[in-house]
Design a protein around this ligand. Structure first.
Ligand code: HEC
Length: 105
């Protein structure tokens, strides 16, 4: 019994960093679908062009001028009739991580 518990704790400690690392992208994707998906195509498999004249997220990721700092700036100010979401720092970090994960190598 005690042994099983200890094993569980060790397992949790081993898995925690892996889960925390993956959670950000997943969270970023959920945030993108929720807050950006009304206008942008945020799906990673979307063609990297513009849909309805708006850059898809893969297109944004492929733009060499886009940096974490520029994304933060875009998200911190209303753009393209985008409402002011007042996204928190963690939301922005996760969104940036998600968008840049779409960047082609
Ligand atoms: C109400 C519609 C709308 C929503 C919601 C929206 N956007 Fe946009 N976004 C636009 C429009 C319109 C443009 C094109 C503006 C332009 O090209 O001048 C744009 C452009 C962009 C660009 C590219 C800017 C560039 O210079 O290439 C980025 C990055 C971006 N949006 C990020 C986001 C993120 C992140 C979210 C979600 C947090 C979001 N947008 C939500 C309308 C929206």
């Amino acid at each position: 019994m005690v042994k099983t518990m200890r094993f569980g704790i060790v397992l949790a400690l081993l898995l925690l960093p892996a889960l925390a690392g993956a959670a950000d992208l997943e969270r970023g994707r959920a945030l993108a679908e929720r807050w950006c998906g009304n206008c942008h195509v945020v799906d990673p498999t979307a063609p990297s062009g513009r849909a309805d004249g708006l850059p898809t997220f893969p297109a944004i990721a492929a733009n060499p001028k886009i940096t974490p700092a520029s994304l933060r700036g875009i998200m911190s100010a209303p753009h393209g009739r985008m409402p002011d979401f007042s996204l928190g720092a963690r939301d922005q970090d996760d969104l940036i991580a998600y968008i840049l994960s779409l960047r082609p190598n």
